[in-house]
Design a protein around this ligand. Sequence first.
Ligand code: S3P
Length: 181
Amino acid sequence: MKRLFERKPNIVLVGFMGTGKTSVGRRLASQLRMRYVDTDDIIERDSGRRISNIFSEDGEPAFRDLESDAVCKASKLYNHVISTGGGAVLRETNMKVLKQSGIIFCLTATPEEIYRRVRHQSHRPLLQTPDALAKIRSMLAERKPYYAEADYMVRTTGRPFREITGYIKHVYAKNTRGSKR
Ligand code: S3P
């Protein structure tokens, strides 16, 4: 069903860590002449702290509260590509405001591919564990129903960026034909 937006809707990217939200989002924004915003960046900018410090000092629930504030802020923008943290889908209220602000695309990848992409990175507190692949598998299974709330699922494993952005742009154009900026 087509939703009604007062202005041209945002493109909202959700999806597990390492599914390419930042890389795809930045490319989309530049190709479509839209602005790019990332909820993790909003959290770090507003709090003046790194995500990993928020997790280690205050715990995950405190991080989720800051994340909801950031999601609300981002949802008020327009003509933006909004990239969200992998767990933003977990709160129903986040999904509700995101749905009002744009079309939600969930980027997906296989657990093995996610592991390959993130294994040398250290900025994601939830994956700092000896068996990161097992953790990725179990978190993906837990979060599956939340990611399924997105409007469109977009596979990224083995697909070039050109194809991924091409698909999203095509769907976005189809959904926004006739709407004002
Ligand atoms: C998280 C994903 C991270 C970041 C935080 C928690 C998650 O964002 O918000 O570490 O719960 O999946 P990315 O998906 O951009 O890595």
